[in-house]
Design a protein around this ligand. Sequence first.
Ligand code: AR6
Length: 174
Amino acid sequence: MGIRLVLGDITEQRVDAVVNAANSSLLGGGGVDGAIHRRGGPEILAECRALRAGRYGNGLPTGRAVATTAGRLPARWVIHTVGPVHSAGHDRSALLASCYAESLRVADELGARSVAFPAISTGIYGWPMDDGARIALTTVRNTPTDVRDVRFVLFDTRAYAVFAEVLDGLPRQS
Ligand code: AR6
């Protein structure tokens, strides 16, 4: 599997699946979530509402992932995952790692070969970028998957530089 870093907007990525940094309600929000629903149109929200009316009546738990259509985005699916809110007192890293691993598991179920990830939890949910990048890159590198192309889409040059430094420091793949 190849990992690439891209500076840009995740809603513009031509990939099989785009991952959304959602919240448990699945009903939208700000940041990546707001951008995906705005650009993707109402079909995505309609499927999210259907999930809430069915399997996820109590919302999507933190660390889990579920797929919908990508609506008008240049992708086939949106994989919604719920990152943990950063906490100075509690180590929630395993939940953040789970977002990446579960998203890849859902991508495999869909048959997706290319997936674009945002830096989950590093915006409104307050996760420090360097730690968020380390968890993102090590989890994706170590998760067995049929996905061939994993793209991290970073919104600004600082996030891109942090991801690039962490990626450079990872042990080479065997
Ligand atoms: N493309 C790529 N990256 C982006 C984009 C974009 N269009 N927009 C923001 N980012 P956030 P979270 C970056 O806040 O921290 C929502 O309200 C951003 O700079 O989108 O997981 C949800 O509904 C940051 O580095 O997600 C939840 O309530 C990263 O994406 C909550 O926010 C993630 O920022 C989730 O918070």
